[in-house]
Design a protein around this ligand. Sequence first.
Ligand code: ADP
Ligand code: MG
Length: 259
Amino acid sequence: MSQQLITESQQVTSAGVTITNLSKSYGDNQVLDNISINVKPGSVTALIGPSGSGKSTLLRCINLLETPDEGTITVGTTTVEAGTRVSDRALLDLRRQVGMVFQSFNLFPHMSVLRNVAFPQEKILGRSREEAEERALTLLDRVGLREKAHQHPDRCSGGQQQRIAIVRALALNPRAMLFDEPTSALDPEVGLEVLAVMRELAAGGMTMIVVTHEMQFARDVSDHLVVMADGHIIEEGRPAEIMANPVQERTRRFLSAVL
Ligand code: ADP
Ligand code: MG
C-alpha cells in the first residue's frame, strides 16, 4: 500500500530540504539561533525537544508561514534567502513544494471532506473541479475514508480528520512534507492510524520533517534525529544511537520524560 499511496500522490519526485544558518526573533526573544539542517531527498528527519524550543517556528519558517531574519531555505532547486526580496514566484514555488500538517488538523469546517481535499487543488494548481474531486476520491480511498467524502469534518473522528489533512496536502503533489506534532491531539490508539499513513509515506520515499514525541516512530521511521532546546540544535544523529546514548544532559532529561 505504501507504493500506492505515494504513487497516487507523487507525480514529481521528492526533494531535499536544506536549511542554512536560520535565525528568527520575535522582538527581543530569539527563538531560532543559527539553525542548519540538511534533509536528503526521500529521507525522514524527526525533530524533538522541550516545549518552547522553536520546533514549530522552524517548520513555519521552512514553508515561509513565518519570515526568517537570517539564513537560507532550499527545497529542491528553489532557494529563498532571508533579508533579500523574495520574488512572488520563488515564494509560490517553495510553498507549493512543501506540504504541511498541523497538530490541530485545520480542515475547512464548512466544506465536505471531498471539497476539503479538492478545493486547494483547484485554487493552487488550477485543476478542474472534476479532476480535483476524482483525485481526492482516489486518495481518500487509499486511506480508507472514501465513505466520508460527502460528510463534514465534524462528523469524522480526530484520527480521520488528521488523515484527511494529510491527504489534502498530498493531493497538491508536495516534494516534501512537514508534520507538526500530528498525533499530539489524538488518543494513542487513534494516533496509530495516523502514524501508519506517515509510515507509508516514508516507505514510499517522501521527504519528511516530523516534530513528534512519538519516540517509537522516530526510532523506527526516521533516518536522522535532531534535538532542539532554546532555539539551538543541541544534538543530532542516528535516532537509535541518541536514544540509547544521549550525549547532552538536556537531551537525557527530555528523553527520560517522553520514553
Ligand atoms: P515549540 O514548537 O518547540 O514548542 P515554538 O516554535 O512554538 O516552540 O515557540 C518558540 C518560542 O517562540 C516560544 O517562546 C514562543 O512563545 C515564541 N513564539 C512562537 N510564535 C510566536 C509569535 N507568533 N509571536 C511571538 N512569539 C512567538
Ligand atoms: Mg510546537
